[in-house]
Design a protein around this ligand. Structure first.
Ligand SMILES: C[S@@+](CC[C@H](N)C(=O)[O-])C[C@H]1O[C@@H](n2cnc3c(N)ncnc32)[C@H](O)[C@@H]1O
Length: 299
């Protein structure tokens, strides 16, 4: 029995994984009769299992699915491997934590029939190198005629780990579809409502957005008080924080889903926005976008 069957109420972690899984199935089916080599890259790969409340990847969880309790879900890597109508040709799992990487290696042996690479590495460094190497090897862009490589990259960080440079390396390939969990709550925390962020956070924000355009989230207005006019700094709402990132994605990707899925905590405060971008500027990108939009709207 799967944990979904035991626990009827879906958590946001589960929704995220189900949307990803839905996309991977539709993507591989859509490309089934095309002669592409399909790679799935999970750059914050975890262990293969994740707790329902997403507070941890479970490194010590047994490999026996009978052990699956109501609070444990199959993680993104296991779900990607399980896509079997037209499986991915290869898998790359990147994980920085040594215990998590060891759990992934056990999974690699469990699915010996699949071509799985486990890289114990920092996700940004690895992906930038990998995308740039693909471009160098295969000619820019990655989907030049004759090049049959396609990939889906999933970026599932706990917080603000994803650098803009990584996102733009992925986009440059023009052959990779990207699912990214945008850490709205972590970013909101470093963007105070009534003053500009401390300069120590400015570099982090530059790194996330790939520019200092996040500064446009702030405006100044004059407030009339009994003692005269006072200048007040106001930060835009969270919708604008998300919108700005979507605009940044649109500046480098061929197609970006306009309506990401917002995930809230139990007190209904937004935690993350789940976004999709297709690097292919042509027909392939439009088809990918239709599939992703459908999943994001209807899940
Ligand atoms: C939210 S969990 C991933 C869960 C996984 N996608 C799943 O569904 O099973 C994030 C993982 O990223 C790893 N991680 C954090 N920062 C990283 C980095 N900079 N590079 C690579 N892995 C990182 C953590 O050790 C953790 O296992």
């Amino acid at each position: 029995m799967t944990s979904e069957a035991i626990h009827p109420e879906r958590s946001w972690t589960e929704e995220k994984l189900q949307i990803l899984e839905g996309y991977l199935k539709a993507y591989t089916t859509a490309l089934k009769n095309r002669d592409f080599h399909l790679t799935y890259v999970d750059a914050f790969a975890g262990t293969g299992y994740v707790s329902r409340d997403a507070t941890q990847s479970l490194a010590t969880w047994g490999d026996d699915l009978d052990d699956m309790s109501r609070d444990v879900l199959q993680g993104s890597t296991r779900r990607a491997i399980a896509v079997d109508d037209k499986p991915f040709d290869s898998f790359i799992f990147v994980e920085q934590n040594p215990e998590h990487a060891a759990a992934l290696r056990r999974m690699q042996h469990e699915f010996g029939e699949r071509d799985i690479k486990v890289e114990r590495a920092e996700a940004n460094g690895f992906l930038q190198m990998w995308c740039d190497a693909q471009n160098r090897l295969l000619g820019v862009p990655w989907d030049k005629p004759g090049n049959r490589q396609r990939a889906v990259v999933f970026l599932d960080p706990f917080a603000t780990q994803v650098e803009w440079q990584t996102v733009s390396s992925i986009a440059r390939t023009q052959s990779i579809d990207l699912w990214i969990l945008f850490p709205l709550s972590a970013i909101t925390r470093i963007l105070p409502r009534n003053r500009q962020p401390d300069e120590s956070y400015a570099a982090t924000l530059d790194n996330i957005y790939g520019s200092d355009e996040w500064r446009t989230l702030y405006r100044t207005r004059v407030r009339r008080t009994l003692f005269g006019d006072e200048l007040e700094i106001i930060r835009a709402e969270q919708e604008a924080i998300v919108q700005l990132y979507l605009e940044r994605l649109s500046s480098v990707f061929g197609a970006v889903s306009p309506s990401p899925k917002w995930f809230n905590n139990s007190r209904n405060s937004p935690l993350f926005a789940f976004m999709f971008a297709a690097a292919n500027p042509g027909r392939g990108g439009r088809i990918a976008l239709d599939i992703a939009n459908h999943l994001l709207r209807n899940w």
